[in-house]
Design a binder for this molecule. Structure first.
Ligand SMILES: *[C@@H]1O[C@H](CO)[C@@H](O)[C@H](O)[C@H]1NC(C)=O
Ligand SMILES: *[C@@H]1O[C@H](CO)[C@@H](O)[C@H](O)[C@H]1NC(C)=O
Ligand SMILES: *[C@@H]1O[C@H](CO)[C@@H](O)[C@H](O)[C@H]1NC(C)=O
Ligand SMILES: *[C@@H]1O[C@H](CO)[C@@H](O)[C@H](O)[C@H]1NC(C)=O
Ligand SMILES: *[C@@H]1O[C@H](CO)[C@@H](O)[C@H](O)[C@H]1NC(C)=O
Length: 457
């Protein structure tokens, strides 16, 4: 009987100790907060009548780090709250909601990300007790907008599209869609930088053939979702043959192109996600002119000739096919420079005048030499043989008519030297043809004048 009473007493003591257990709860074990916003980490406790709170201590254990004190509260002798270190001025206990132990953290930073400990100490039935609960804080940082990149292996036709969303916390959740239908990801990967930001990458890979393009453009889209975003961020691109949209020209207005102009054509295309188009320039009904240089999407025609007029085609192609566009260029002939009427009116510089005079002398020399030679030949023929039917050489004989203004030009030594220089030249077959050296100078006038000169030889 005594033994029974002792047992009952022990049981009562144990039960009383069990009932006097300090209860501390974390009603929300994980908390997410956008960076910069205040976070409230709820921590509640219940005490029996007669029990009393002694202290509340908050610690933080950052990912892979040590336990750091955040805030200490002591009720005795005076209620006193102290935020510690980097939490000074940011951390405080929330006392308004009656829970008394919750932590409010202002101006949250990525470094606040981690596990927080709420420690409550109380006197329970005269015995000091401590209970700790953990709360995970996730500081949210929206990632940068997603971007699509890709590798294309021309040999195998293997295309690997990668969607990347950088600098988020936590990493963005990336999903691929093909024409609006979710595509199972081939491979996904998250990397974390030193500051704790996370880069998400998800790739899909497939094989493309020219046939894949015949079905038309396929749209690939990558959605990036993230708890810090209210809407999904998207990146998308079309996969298909490139479509040539236009050919732009420099100068922009090609209606008044003239020979000797420089023109640059630039081909623009859209579509062809990842599969970069290559450009080819051709000319309808012929080859590119000598002065044309095709460099990727550009075609440069330098110092155009009127023969460069025509229709030019830009073809953009990739592994899935090609399209082209055409543009027509018309190079008008430039009008000839007006002929000066006389030397005095021409306003030529002394150097040019000298050149012209020399050119005239050269022409006269050639002409005179030829005439002299022919005359001597005919004289010889007259002496040696009876006259025969004159061939075309007769036409070459200059008409010897005195010409007053030209006379002063024809006198002097240069005529003689020109004559000897031109000895080896074949006979001119046509009076109108000027010596090549003169023609190249571009002075047509003196040459025609020379024809009218009356060489004195
Ligand atoms: C946190 O911000 C709130 C609202 O601005 C302010 O009332 C409170 O005093 C701040 N806490 C600390 C510790 O500065
Ligand atoms: C696609 O390319 C990315 C980046 O180069 C690479 O990390 C990934 O492994 C590739 N995916 C596949 C499925 O080949
Ligand atoms: C990622 O997004 C997809 C599609 O919205 C969704 O089904 C999936 O549950 C998300 N995953 C995570 C970890 O949020
Ligand atoms: C992705 O690429 C790997 C090799 O890089 C290949 O083994 C795999 O079959 C490809 N997946 C698809 C769907 O093409
Ligand atoms: C030509 O295409 C480019 C790029 O697609 C565009 O910026 C430009 O406005 C277009 N020009 C014309 C005249 O359509």
């Amino acid at each position: 009987m005594r033994r029974y009473l002792v047992s009952l007493l022990l049981l009562l003591l144990v039960t009383k100790a069990a009932l006097a257990q300090l209860a501390v709860q974390a009603p929300q074990p994980t908390v997410q907060v956008p960076r910069g916003q205040p976070a409230v980490l709820p921590c509640t406790y219940t005490l029996g009548s007669g029990d009393s709170l002694r202290e509340v201590k908050w610690y933080e254990r950052s990912v892979g780090g040590d336990r750091q004190p955040v805030l200490f509260y002591f009720s005795d002798p005076q209620p006193q709250e102290t935020a510690i270190g980097g939490y000074a001025g940011r951390a405080s206990l929330v006392t308004a909601d009656g829970s008394k132990a919750s932590l409010r953290l202002n101006d949250t930073r990525l470094s606040d990300n981690g596990q927080f400990e709420c420690l409550v100490g109380a006197m329970v039935a005269g015995v000091p007790q401590e209970v700790t609960v953990n709360i995970d804080l996730t500081v949210l940082v929206a990632p940068h907008a997603p971007k699509i990149t890709g590798d294309y292996n021309e040999a195998t036709g293997h295309l690997n599209l990668t969607c990347t969303a950088l600098h988020g916390h936590p990493a963005a959740n990336l999903t691929w869609y093909r024409d609006g239908v979710a595509v199972p990801a081939g491979r996904s990967d998250v990397s974390t930088d030193q500051q704790g930001f996370q880069d998400a990458r998800v790739s899909v890979n497939f094989t493309v053939t020219a046939n894949s393009g015949s079905a038309g453009m396929v749209t690939y889209r990558c959605d990036a979702s993230h708890p810090a975003l209210t809407t999904v961020m998207q990146a998308s691109g079309k996969l298909g043959r490139p479509i040539v949209t236009n050919i732009t020209t420099m100068p922009a207005n090609i209606d008044s192109l003239m020979q000797y102009d420089d023109v640059t054509l630039t081909c623009a295309s859209e579509g062809g996600l990842v599969l970069e188009p290559t450009y080819r320039w051709t000319r309808v009904g012929g080859s590119l002119p000598d002065g044309a240089v095709a460099d990727g999407k550009q075609l440069k025609i330098v110092f155009a000739s009127s023969k460069d007029s025509g229709t030019y085609t830009c073809t953009a192609s990739n592994a899935l096919g090609s399209t082209d566009a055409k543009t027509t260029l018309q190079f008008k002939e430039r009008p000839l420079i007006r002929e000066p009427q006389t030397q005095e009116e021409s306003g030529l510089s002394p150097e040019l005048t000298l050149l012209v005079v020399l050119a005239v002398f050269a022409a006269l020399g050639a002409f005179g030499g030829a005439a002299y030679y022919i005359r001597r030949r005919r004289e010889a023929q007259d002496e040696e043989a009876p006259p025969t039917t004159e061939g075309p050489k007769e036409v070459v004989t200059p008409s010897v008519t005195p010409n007053a203004p030209a006379a002063p030009m024809a006198q002097g030594r240069p005529l003689e030297s020109s004559k000897t220089e031109d000895k080896g030249r074949p006979l001119p077959s046509n009076r109108g043809v000027a010596p090549p050296g003169v023609k190249e100078k571009g002075y047509d006038n003196p040459v025609s004048n020379a024809d009218e000169f009356n060489p004195q030889y």
